[in-house]
Write a protein that binds this ligand. Structure first.
Ligand SMILES: [Zn+2]
Length: 324
């Protein structure tokens, strides 16, 4: 369903940057839900890049390990790390064959990819303007915008785009839906065209555009500018209506449709009555039920008439009195 991407021409286009094996390990791990990187794993990363990755803040310390694999007795087994309250700086574990084995404090360290740090680094590397913010906690970040002939495109960082809730979460992100030309960045894996359907985002992976160059995170801006130009072109042709089949800019989610149906049922409203409630028609309501999308201004009026904000309705929430 999801596909892995790897760097293509980024390294060759920019002669000074090189493919970093350690960086690729970071992107691989970043795609994994609830990932940790143990000190033992980190130790075998190519040094140089490892130090750079830590110094840059691409990974950060997380909670220390509470268990490890004993490899001292010839029969690898997991063992709990014991921290004596009187000597917490001297952890150890008990091996059934060789007894008490001291553990270096550093060996208990664990790391995780620091997405907040990553977001800031990408913004800086590309010199993006506009505002940056976290849109969905720990999942979606707006990194900024860049001007391009006739408009600007915006860059978003997405964590877990291939997780089961990934694309749904993006559908519910109003700021993303409002973006005139969104380009999405995921660590390594990106959803297939089949999963994305008609969504008009450009998606690129960090494994294809990011590299380490002289102890800095470098981004292949040509790939991103090209992606931005493509979505801008798509957006402007849909605005001008030159392609007859394109729908006007509209919003909606399957959750919102379900909430609207539930609302009508709980109030005993027909489609006509419900449509009239926000100065619209049964036809608009039917079309929304079918397509899941509605012109933005109409959607806003519908949400308001239900006592909801746009975001609440996109998430499929209902006012307390309408829940059952
Ligand atoms: Zn052992």
């Amino acid at each position: 369903m999801c596909q892995s991407t790897s760097r293509s021409g980024a390294a060759s286009r920019n002669g000074r940057s090189k493919v970093s094996e350690a960086l690729d390990l970071v992107w691989r791990r970043a795609d994994v839900q609830g990932h940790v990187i143990s000190q033992a794993e980190l130790a075998v990363w190519p040094s140089g890049d490892r130090e750079t990755i830590i110094d840059l803040g691409l990974i950060r310390r997380t909670t220390d390990a509470t268990a490890l694999i004993c490899e001292d007795c010839g029969e690898p087994h997991s063992a709990e790390i014991v921290r004596d309250a009187r000597r917490p700086e001297l952890p150890y574990y008990l091996c059934p064959r060789i007894g008490r084995v001291p553990v270096a404090e550093e060996a208990t360290h664990q790391w995780e990819v620091d997405f907040d740090g990553l977001a800031a680094l990408i913004r800086k590397a590309l010199g993006l303007g506009g505002k940056a913010s976290m849109l969905t906690p720990s999942r979606i970040w707006l990194l900024g915008r860049q001007q391009h002939a006739g408009g600007f495109w915006e860059l978003f960082l997405v964590r877990g785009i291939c997780w089961p809730d990934g694309v749904g979460l993006l559908d519910q992100c109003l700021r993303l839906q409002q973006s005139p030309a969104p380009v999405l960045l995921a660590p390594r894996r990106v959803p297939s065209a089949e999963i994305l359907g008609k969504r008009s985002w450009a998606i690129r992976s960090l494994s294809e555009v990011a590299s380490i160059d002289e102890s800095k995170l470098a981004m292949d801006d040509q790939v991103l500018i090209a992606a931005g130009a493509t979505v801008l072109l798509g957006a402007s042709s849909s605005r001008s209506g030159s392609t007859a089949k394109r729908l006007p800019r509209s919003i909606g989610t399957p959750e919102a449709v379900a909430a609207a149906i539930k609302y009508m049922e709980s109030k005993g409203l027909t489609e006509t009555q419900f449509g009239n409630q926000f100065q619209s028609t049964d036809r608009t309501v039917r079309s929304f039920r079918k397509s899941g999308k509605m012109r933005r201004s109409t959607f806003e009026a519908m949400a308001k008439s239900m006592g909801l904000t746009i975001e609440e309705l996109l998430r499929g929430e209902l006012a307390k009195s309408d829940r059952r």
